[in-house]
Design a binder for this molecule. Structure first.
Ligand code: HAM
Length: 428
């Protein structure tokens, strides 16, 4: 049997991880500007957390979780998303006793057994933010603004924001009754999945992509008309905050999202670079989730962005990011100077200079080629002759300019030369 990675998972080599890390460091700074700080929760949780948090009737819990019994006979699952885990951690560690709201972000792998295609993986990565402990509509607007700024900061332009409110536990049930009554005699026209959804979670029919279902629900009562006074007021305020900071949005009454914990505000950003899987990020408010998993009412709101989708979009737009990981200096050895070369390399590295040398016994020509291949800016040529004279040859790879540098002063001299060290790479 040939051993390969599992379908729907990926190996990321340095060319890719470099890009991921660069992008990541940009948005970490943005999160800190908004006072969100990193939380790390386990990849493995009790299955019950997701059953209760995400909801038994959702596709994620019904068909997509990696669930198994551990050696202690507990049913555990690889996390399909992180919101339920963040809320579990918040409750478990009694963070509600500290200053509120608690504002977190996370970056990491999630697991869903879905049919793999471009932008849809079985192990994928999300970065997300969650704010817990406040119902203030300004917090909804802050989270949505942060999501929008995140994409503009990275230079993505081909996207638009969809916004909705799906009400609360008071106004939603009467709306659902109206909606199911509307569909009562049209049930056969719905796709197979929606006929099932109608039984278990009728609102999900609203965001089915099938044309037949969309045609069938045409003319159905809309949730925005049925919001209770307090949800309506909350939603109005969210919108006025967004207008105040010029975040453009479109109301989308069908946006109910695929997880059961949402209440009130829901939103998604669609990226038109992406093709079929075009939701680059999604989120919403989940004021009932903490009660579902921990019997304490804690309002919360957040979103998560798919990093594979983000990277696809960045590449499609051919965006450039500063590159700073290739060696700045490649040490080329002439003759038997290995111990001295090794020491010089270490002196340079101790000064923070990125350096490399040959470990394969290549000829001088071969070493120059290797230096070229790894994009080194300078080569440093060191042989017995140079050691005797106490001087080495520093060569700028692009211009071919050469200079003799005293060995003693080498690290400081190179540091001076390398000032303004970043160069740029394109993703296209
Ligand atoms: P979600 O809509 O299930 O929401 O996922 C958020 C994002 O993760 C999607 O917009 C997409 O970019 C990415 N994503 C989801 N599934 C896959 C997949 N199979 N392959 C690649 N990317 C994928 C949540 O997960 C919620 N926890 C978001 C949230 C946070 N709501 C409140 N707080």
């Amino acid at each position: 049997m040939k051993l390969q990675h599992l379908r729907g998972t990926e190996d990321l080599f340095p060319r890719e991880t470099f890009l991921w890390n660069t992008v990541e460091s940009r948005y970490r700074d943005l999160f800190h500007q908004y006072n969100y700080h990193e939380i790390r929760t386990p990849l493995l949780e009790l299955t019950a957390l997701f059953q209760r948090g995400i909801g038994e009737s959702t596709d994620i819990v019904q068909k997509e979780m990696y669930t198994f019994s551990d050696r202690g006979g507990r049913s555990v699952s690889l996390r399909p998303e992180a919101t339920a885990s963040v809320v579990r951690a918040y409750l478990q560690h009694k963070i509600y006793g500290e200053a509120q709201p608690a504002k977190y972000y996370y970056i990491g792998p999630m697991f869903r057994y879905e049919r793999p295609q471009t932008g849809r993986n079985r192990q994928f990565h999300q970065t997300g933010v969650e704010a817990l402990g406040s119902e203030d509509p300004a917090l909804d607007a802050e989270i949505i603004t942060l999501a929008w700024r995140l994409l503009t900061l990275l230079g993505l332009k081909n996207n638009y924001l969809l916004l909705n409110s799906i009400g609360c536990h008071q106004c939603r049930p009467p709306y659902i009754s109206q909606f199911t009554a509307f569909l009562e005699d049209k049930r056969e026209r719905l796709c197979h999945d929606c006929q099932r959804r109608l039984e278990m979670n009728p609102l999900r029919v609203l965001d089915c992509k099938q044309k037949a279902c969309q045609d069938t629900i045409d003319g159905a009562p809309t949730i925005l008309d049925e919001l209770c006074i307090s949800c309506g007021d909350h939603f109005q305020r969210v919108q006025s905050y967004l207008q105040g900071v010029d975040v453009p949005y479109q109301l989308e009454e069908g946006l109910v999202r695929g997880l059961d914990y949402y209440t009130r505000t829901t939103f998604e950003i669609i990226d038109t670079n992406l093709g079929a899987q075009d939701a680059i990020l999604g989120g919403g408010r989940y004021d009932g989730l903490a009660e579902e998993i921990g019997e304490r009412r804690v309002p919360g709101i957040g979103f998560a962005m798919g990093l594979e989708r983000l990277l696809i979009s960045i590449k499609k737009e051919g965006l450039s990011f500063p590159q700073s990981t290739s060696p700045e200096l490649y040490l080329v050895k002439i003759g038997e100077v290995h111990p001295q070369a090794f020491c010089q390399l270490q002196r340079l590295r101790d000064k923070g200079i990125r350096t490399e040398m040959d470990y394969l016994g290549r000829s001088v020509k071969g070493q120059m080629k290797a230096a070229n291949r790894c994009n080194a800016r300078y080569t440093l040529i060191l042989g017995e002759e140079e050691l005797k004279r106490g001087k080495v040859l520093l060569r700028h790879m692009e211009s071919g300019e050469e200079e003799q540098v005293p060995l003693q002063a080498l690290p400081d001299y190179c540091l001076e030369r390398l000032k303004g060290r970043t160069n740029s790479t394109s993703t296209s």
